[in-house]
Design a protein around this ligand. Sequence first.
Ligand SMILES: [Ca+2]
Length: 204
Amino acid sequence: MPKRFGYPRNEASRRDKVAQHEIITKWGRDIKSRNDIILSVGLEPPSGNAGENLLRFSEQFDNVLWTKGAPTTISADTSEVTDPKGGNNADKINDAGGSLYQGSIAVEPLTEYTVSFYARGATVDPAASFTINQYDETGSAFFGEGTVVELTSSWQRFTKTITTVADQVALRFYLNRSGAAGDAYVFGAQVEIGPIATVYSMTV
Ligand SMILES: [Ca+2]
């Protein structure tokens, strides 16, 4: 039976987590009543309920903490598109194929985490796509099913909930573009504990 949350031992912190869990759970039910799938597109949570974003450099995919698998290269802060927050902080992923990941995300075994990111294609036809992979860095292995998301010429927020495997203490946020076509734009990646994506929280 997967744990939904690993509560810290500190009592004040535990109470905060419980309160946050109640908010998140309520919002999660609202989503699931409309859209009972692990992948949600274009849904934004109510503001002010941000979970902790476990990623670093959440909108700086050019940073060395993001590994670029060939032939992927990044054009940072492109002026070709306006990012979902109205700025020019979105990054362009050049070329189809390749991969983009950030590793060493500390997690607890058998616990739900939700990954999310904003993306859009540079062209609609052929549509660009990503596969959201599940990767256990502790055991150096993919697990479970990857989820393919199709991009359009508009920004969408994609989310996927992953339950870590036994003994797993490190996860990768892992996007694969194998078989994809076209360039793509990305922004605002997040990994957080729990079964839903809360409001995006930028990290450096
Ligand atoms: Ca950027």
